[in-house]
Structures are given as C-alpha cells and as structure tokens.
Design a protein. Structure first.
Length: 140
C-alpha cells in the first residue's frame, strides 16, 4: 500500500468514525470567526440537529464571527439573525462569544444576544470542549 493510499484510507476511516460519533449523540463544537459564514453555520447546525437530535452542540465565536450574535445584527439581505439563534438555543444549542474580541472592539457584554454566553477566550473554549468534553470540531 502506498503512503497516499494509506492516507486516503485513514481519512476515510476518520470520516466514518466522526459520522458515527455525530449521529450517535456526543458533543460537537462549531467554531466561527468569519461573519460571512454565519448564515451557513446556522443552517448547518439546524441540519445537524435534525439528523441527530441528541447531539450537544456548542457554537463558539471569535473575531468577526461574533457579529451575528450581537443585538440587532442583520445578514446581507437585511434579515435578523436573532430568530434563528433563539430557535436553535431553544433546541439546546449553546452559543458562546469571545470576551477578548468584545474587549478588542470596545464592546460590553450587554451587546450580545441573551441566548449567547460570553467566555474569556473563544479559542480556549474550543480547546476546552475538545479536550474535556471530547467534542468533535467543525469549522463551516
């Protein structure tokens, strides 16, 4: 077996294990640091819950990825993000905003939607979820 074919096989097994894990419940962390990916992320999370309702999902945002979790945030079509965030939070999704990003942008915690919590550092929260809660990592 060549190194390339071995790598393809290993990646295939990893994908199969992730799919089994995600469909069986477990914990997943979606990491977003780009405002342009927010609408797609919300759709991905909804689809994920529809396929696997027992999965514990955390959405951790930092950088420009926090924008959709700010009060009165609108997408490029002028549509508010809040209703989609509220609906997903009602299904158990935990939304988390990086306090370092808020500080860097001179924003107070109260500009964040009430459905989202603030964590000290987004990347540290992603790492914590992966290490302590064995969360699978997804970057839309």
């Amino acid at each position: 077996m060549t190194p390339a074919s071995l790598l393809r096989r290993l990646l295939g097994l990893t994908g199969a294990l992730f799919t089994s894990f995600a469909l069986a419940g477990g914990t997943v962390v979606y990491h977003i640091n780009d405002a342009a990916a927010a609408r797609a992320l919300l759709g991905n999370v909804q689809n994920h819950l529809n396929a696997s309702p027992d999965t514990r999902i955390h959405v951790v945002s930092n950088g420009r990825g926090i924008d959709f979790l700010l009060r009165d945030a609108l997408d490029s079509e002028g549509k508010a993000y809040a209703p989609a965030v509220q609906a997903l939070a009602g299904r158990g999704v935990a939304f988390k905003v990086c306090r370092n990003t808020l500080k860097a942008r001179s924003l107070a915690d109260d500009v964040v939607l009430p459905e989202a919590g603030v964590v000290p550092a987004g990347v540290a929260e992603v790492a914590r979820l992966q290490l302590e809660e064995k969360a699978a990592y997804i970057k839309p």
